[in-house]
Design a protein around this ligand. Structure first.
Ligand code: 9YT
Length: 132
């Protein structure tokens, strides 16, 4: 069995600053669970363009509020504490944080950590339209 404390991840290579967000990776591919689990803070007032073409992601909001806009239909999905959204169709979307948002994110297949430094794999277009 394994126990991971957020405090043990903070300040390590698994504590990743993505600009609009900070992601603490609690479980990664190398943990052999078949998924990765991240505690992610989305900064208030940011808009992030995300399109995980190679991953499925479920995102459970445990603090704050904002919205997701799915690009294909321009639909706005309000998200607040105690709500989960699942990108079950690799949905290209905009994530807008009205307040700071704290999200528990699960990725299948799991993130290795490498994708973070080479965003072309997981976040192919993130840099083009990162924030407003
Ligand atoms: C909610 C979301 O996808 N934010 C971007 C960061 C990502 N969750 C990550 O790498 O932890």
């Amino acid at each position: 069995m394994k126990v991971v404390a957020l405090d043990d991840v903070k300040g390590t290579e698994h504590d990743v600053d993505g600009g609009n967000w900070v992601s603490r990776r609690l479980i990664l591919k190398q943990d052999d669970m078949g998924y990765s689990v991240h505690d992610t803070l989305i900064k208030a007032g940011t808009e992030t363009h995300i399109w995980y073409q190679n991953h499925l992601e479920a995102v459970y909001c445990i603090e704050g509020e904002g919205e997701v806009v799915t690009i294909k239909d321009n639909k706005v999905w309000p998200i607040r504490k105690d709500m989960l959204y699942a990108l079950d169709e690799h949905d290209e979307h905009l994530l807008r944080a009205r307040t700071d948002m704290r999200m528990i994110c699960v990725f299948n297949p799991p993130i290795t950590g490498k994708e973070v430094h080479d965003e072309n794999g997981v976040y192919p277009v993130l840099e083009e339209v990162e924030s407003k």
